[in-house]
Design a binder for this molecule. Structure first.
Ligand code: GLC
Length: 443
């Protein structure tokens, strides 16, 4: 590992702290031992394989994505006035949850409060929320929670660490510098606010997972201390099984229960946000359906269903969940293209879901032709890109039989000490355009 990686830097600062005999305040929930219920929740989380991310809040009303406030340097007091016009007449928690469930996803992750500071629930910590600041007056987080419980979907909650509106989010980070905050309040007040809000989310809204975001806002201020040990132990004390993930783009801090990757599968770094070492925790990759997280009216550039299904398969083959994002419209409707993708993924999942859900990465690492997943002694080869009748794999574990997953008909094979060679009647990529699945029964 190169010396300049975040992990290398962290290791060096830990060594330095130890050498100087100082206590390291860093980012760890010291001596964290996940409870039995937490370990079970991690397993259930991995078994889901697939979840849907929902970015929805006051920012949706501007239809310019969730970063609009800071990108356009909107004064926070002016921005807040939009709440008086936020009346999502088409919001229907059951409709959202049913569409998500039908896609084959096992959980959803909803932005309870994003960087703009607006809260989607009736928080006692601020009137700047869906119930008290909008004419809608409905607690949409409560409605979503109840719908998730009714339909058996996991309920995960995104929570922004950083804030572009509050004066007590001070020192300011590298974003939100142009939103008009001049009176600088105390960090201790902001910290107490976050803890009180997270208490509500975990205790009163029974979050199955908390998805934190924004640590990177202070990445130019390395001495900044977020106080994660106290935050994490608060969450775990309130609900030991609640999974904590933090989108800091690094290797996990102690006290976290899953590791996340933004816009890339684990191990890849095409978006410039990843490349961190992969931990032993459950993994999750989040990705957008179009280009933006929050609703952006000009962005109709949705990935095709084939691309999205292949992304799900590629993620599963790297032992990770896919958290696929939708930015609902200001009216509360899910965009028609998002609904279309959900139903097409759902149709595929009905037929092939068992090869990406409740599985782990297969014993072969990603190959040039695709990936493998595995349940017990059944190995699934997901052939995504191959155009020849013969396929050789470095698989030396003895094989009992090889079948086409679709037809359950045998595929001819030869196994030697070097590996396994399959011979198809027809090259697999033409046989199935999305994902040609081969079922290999191991001895
Ligand atoms: C980034 C963005 C944020 C978004 C998140 C989702 O952190 O800043 O807006 O919510 O990614 O992964």
């Amino acid at each position: 590992m190169s010396k300049s990686t975040p992990r290398g830097r962290k290791a060096r600062s830990l060594l330095l702290a130890a050498a100087l005999g100082v206590s390291f305040l860093g980012h760890a929930q010291s001596n964290y031992q996940p409870s039995q219920s937490n370990l079970e929740a991690r397993k259930a989380f991995r078994d889901h394989g697939f979840g849907i991310f929902l970015h929805w809040g006051l920012y949706s009303t501007f239809a310019q994505g969730e970063w609009y406030m800071t990108v356009a340097n909107i004064n926070h007091a002016e921005y807040a006035k939009a709440a008086a016009g936020f009346y999502p007449s088409r919001f229907d928690a059951d409709a959202w949850v049913k569409a998500i469930k039908a896609s084959g996803a096992g959980y959803l992750t909803i932005t309870s409060r994003h960087h703009d500071s607006f809260s989607l629930w009736d928080t006692k910590q601020s009137d700047y929320n869906m119930v008290r600041a909008t004419p809608f007056r409905r607690d949409v987080l409560r409605e979503l929670h109840d719908a998730c419980r009714r339909h058996g979907l996991g309920f995960h909650i995104y929570y922004s660490l950083l804030d572009w509106s509050r004066e007590d989010y001070y020192p300011l980070g590298r974003t939100g510098r142009g939103t008009g905050r001049t009176k600088h309040g105390q960090w201790s007040s902001y910290d107490a606010f976050m803890k009180a809000q997270l208490t509500e989310l975990v205790r009163d809204y029974d979050a199955d997972a908390i998805w934190l975001d924004g640590e990177w806002d202070h990445d130019q201020n390395p001495s900044f201390d977020w106080g994660f040990p106290a935050l994490y132990s608060l969450i775990h004390q309130l609900k030991p099984s609640c999974l904590i993930g933090n989108n800091h783009h690094g290797t996990p801090h102690a006290g976290e229960d899953f590791q996340m990757f933004e816009r890339d599968v684990p191990g890849a770094n095409t978006a410039g946000l990843s490349g961190q070492a992969i931990s032993k925790l459950p993994l999750e990759t989040c990705q957008t359906m179009n280009g933006m997280w929050g609703y952006k009216i000009a962005d109709q550039n949705y990935k095709s269903d084939t691309t999205l299904i292949r992304l799900l398969v590629s993620t599963a083959g790297r032992d990770a969940n896919l958290l696929l994002n939708i930015g609902p419209e200001p009216s509360g409707a899910l965009p028609a293209l998002a609904l279309d993708r959900l139903s097409k993924i759902g149709a595929w999942m009905q037929r092939y879901g068992a090869t990406v859900r409740g599985v782990r990465a297969g014993l072969l690492p990603p190959q040039e032709w695709g990936v493998t997943t595995q349940r017990g002694k059944t190995l699934y080869l997901h052939i995504l890109d191959w155009s020849s009748r013969l396929l050789s794999l470095p698989l030396t574990t003895p094989v009992k039989r090889v079948l086409s997953y679709d037809t359950q008909r045998p595929i001819r094979y030869q196994q030697s000490r070097d590996g396994l060679t399959l011979s198809f009647d027809q090259a697999p990529s033409t046989a199935n355009a999305v994902d040609y699945i081969v079922q290999v029964e191991l001895r």
